[in-house]
Design a protein. Structure first.
Ligand SMILES: [Zn+2]
Length: 144
């Protein structure tokens, strides 16, 4: 898969093998294409915090199978509007029922998790570190 992903990255003008993929050879190519789709749609830089990892996430994390990336957009600015735009992009490419998506407004730099798990999942982490519904969390964050 390593060679395939290097080739796929040549089709992705905003990402390179030097991002924090963890192990590029373990990354699901669909994740790379999806991140480029978000980058293109948003018109804003995406910084990948981490992708494939062998620990440090929840049990059975999509990170452990190369399906997931944690990322920040535009250095965490305009977090709620970027979240809304990402949701619109996912709908426009008919991927909204195929991905897991988490919002982490209280990371040091507010950011997101996305994964290509082939089914829909949504969550957010609140200020206390508890998992909560993403819509209410984003609403509360916006008006906090
Ligand atoms: Zn994650």
């Amino acid at each position: 898969m390593k060679i395939i992903n290097k080739q796929i990255l040549k089709l992705c003008p905003n990402f390179s093998p030097l991002e924090n993929w963890g192990d590029l050879s373990k990354i699901n190519p669909a994740l790379i294409v999806l991140l480029q789709t978000l980058r293109t749609g948003l018109g804003k830089s995406i910084y990948i915090n981490n992708a494939f990892e062998t620990g440090g996430h929840s049990d059975k994390s999509q990170h452990y199978i190369g399906n997931a990336a944690d990322f920040t957009v535009d250095r965490g600015r305009n977090f709620v509007s970027i979240y809304q735009n990402i949701m619109l992009i996912l709908e426009s490419v008919e991927m909204d029922h195929q991905v897991g998506f988490g919002a982490y407004p209280y990371w040091k730099t507010s950011g997101f998790h996305i994964d290509v798990r082939s089914e829909r999942a949504r969550w957010a982490m609140d200020k206390q570190g508890d998992y909560v519904g993403i819509d209410i969390a984003m609403h509360d964050f916006k008006y906090a």
